[in-house]
Structure formats: C-alpha cells, structure tokens
Ligand binder design. Structure first.
Ligand code: PEP
Ligand code: MG
Length: 325
C-alpha cells in the first residue's frame, strides 16, 4: 500500500482532459518540505515565515531567516518557493517587543502594516529573501496588502535593501518576482491597479472570508457565520481571477478553501490553475483533480454562481463530489 501511495503521489495534478494544475504546499517550517516532496508538491506556494519568529525566544536575525529559507530552497530542488513576509499580529503575535494589546486585532496593526512600521524587523527579512533567491526559484509575497501605497512602500524598501546588498558585494537575485496576497476586499476592488505593479497574486481565502463577512475568524461566538463558500466571497474570488487573467498575472489560491477537494474543483472551474494546500491535503486534492475534466469543473462553477447561500453551495458541492469520486 505504501508503495502504491508513493507512486500515486508522484503523478502530476492533471485533469482528465490533460490540463495541468500547479499543486503546491503551504509550510511553516523547513522540515515540512520532506512531507511536501513525498506527496509530490510542485513547489511551496506559501511559506508562512512568521513561525520562525513565533518559535524562537529571540527575534530572528537576518542569518536565521537566511538559513531557514536556504534550507527550503535547497530541499525543493529548483521548484518554486513563495516566501511570504512576516504576517505577525492578530492571531500570530507571540511575546517579544512587538506584542501589543488592541481592541480589534484583526483590524489593527498586523501583517504588512506591522512590518512597514518596524523596519528593523522587515529589513533583515527582505535581505535574507533576496540572498536566498540567489540559490533557486524564490519569490517574495506581501500579506494583507490593502492599498497601492502599502505595496509601493514595501517594493521601495525591497529596492533599497537590494541596493545595500549590491554595494556590499553580497550575492542576491536582482529580479526577484514580487507578489501579494489578495485577502482584503479593498484589494479585490482595486485589483486592476495592483495588477500593474506585481508579478503574481495569491488569494488568501481565510482572511478574505473574514473581512468580507465581517466575522473574526478566531471568534467562537460567530464561527457558524464564517464560511469561505459564501456567495459574496465567491464573487470576490471570481472577480480576482478575471482581473488577474485580463492582465496576464498568474493567480493562485493558498487559503484553506483549496484544501477541500470539492472547493478546489470549484476554484478550478472558476479559472484557477494553481493551488497551494497544507501538505496533508496534497493527496486528496490531487486525487480529486485527476478524476475530473475542466468541463465538469466549469459546470460546477456555473451552477454555484447562481446559488444564494454558503449552505446551498456546500450542499451542492457535497452532492457533486460524491458523484464524481
Ligand atoms: C489566508 O488568509 O487565507 C492565508 C493563506 O493566510 P493566513 O491563513 O496565514 O492568514
Ligand atoms: Mg491571511
């Protein structure tokens, strides 16, 4: 059985009609690359680097960042690795000097906002990513980008840091691809503008659902209202896919939504050709992909686009998946 599973894991994530889907993995620690490769991941679609910060008692140095990224890049042997810059704050704060109290932490000083206000934190990370990118196919991605101004500030800092490296004669990759998470409704609304200033997008359905539905995703009192298959969330996802397509900017989905096989097929039907899921979800998502045609996925998406509630969407998807599997 183990042998059979190992063999299956190396098959491509391809639909019955031969459309190749890029199926990557989300990781938090370098050692997880072992599980990713065993399960045949096409790359790392989301490296949540804040865990480097959360796991350590001291603030990680540039060298700590670099060693971790270099390990991931080497282990992935030429496959793409998307390094997301620190997404600290809200549910991921830890101790340290950045810890602070807020009334609404998910609407507060988190993620790219926190990095842009703490350049002593952000700069060493950007230096490390640029340096690690000299070792393989590394791309950098900024989380929770809400305004064009934030994206420009982050890109400007990246440029300044790269110039410092060049001046010091430190090897780095000068044409590092730069992307952003699409996880705030404001970014979806303005995506045509963002499309002119990034190399790729990745939809974070966890935060996109939270901010679209006005539901704190860590609040147990409203957990039943938190639904990534809510039609309002789906419309924002569809709009993002369409705008990215119109501007020829690659777009993937790295939120938890894509780790559910039925929802993954829905996303493919909506036009997505790249997904990133937790390593544990790779086998089931790949299996679902290999069992359908794009035409079937598109039919699912078409039907779902007419539904009015998350419940209707989930019931329909459950029904379809049992027929297809
Ligand atoms: C998301 O918001 O969907 C996402 C992938 O990022 P995180 O869960 O780390 O906030
Ligand atoms: Mg997020």
């Amino acid at each position: 059985l183990a042998e059979k599973l190992a063999k299956q894991s190396q098959l491509p994530a391809q639909t019955l009609d031969g459309t190749r889907i890029q199926l990557c993995a989300n990781i938090e620690f370098p050692h997880e690359t072992v599980a990713c490769l065993e399960r045949g991941a096409d790359g790392i679609g989301l490296y949540r680097t804040e865990f480097l910060y959360l796991a350590a008692s001291d603030e990680p140095s540039e060298e700590d960042h670099y060693q971790a990224y270099a390990e991931v890049v080497k282990r992935m042997e030429g496959r793409p690795v998307v390094v997301r810059t620190l997404d600290l704050g809200a549910d991921k704060m830890g101790r340290g000097k950045l810890a602070h109290q807020e009334n609404n932490p998910f609407l507060g000083l988190r993620s790219i906002r926190l990095s842009l206000r703490n350049l002593d934190l952000f700069r060493p990370q950007l230096r490390a990513v640029l340096r690690a990118a000299a070792l393989g196919d590394v791309r950098v991605m900024f989380p929770l980008v809400t305004t064009i101004g934030e994206l420009r500030q982050a890109r400007m800092l990246l440029k300044v840091v790269a110039e410092d490296l060049a001046d010091a004669g430190v090897p780095y990759r000068s044409d590092l691809p730069v992307g952003m998470m699409v996880e705030v409704p404001a970014a979806v609304v303005m995506l045509d503008h963002f499309a002119k200033e990034v190399d790729f997008f990745s939809i974070g359905t966890n935060d996109l659902a939270q901010y679209t539905l006005a539901v704190d995703r860590s609040n147990e009192y409203v957990a039943d209202l938190y639904q990534s298959s809510d039609p309002a969330v789906l419309r924002l996802i569809q709009s993002s896919i369409d705008v990215a397509g119109a501007h020829n900017i690659p777009i993937s989905v790295c939120g938890e939504m894509s780790s559910n096989p039925a929802r993954a097929l829905l996303l493919i039907g909506m036009g997505v050709r790249s997904l990133s899921v937790p390593p544990s979800a790779l086998p089931r998502v790949k299996k679902a992909i290999r069992n359908v045609s794009i035409e079937q996925c598109e039919a699912i998406a078409k039907r779902v686009s007419r539904l009015e509630s998350a419940r209707d969407v989930d019931l329909y998807l459950l029904d379809r998946l049992s027929e297809l599997a």
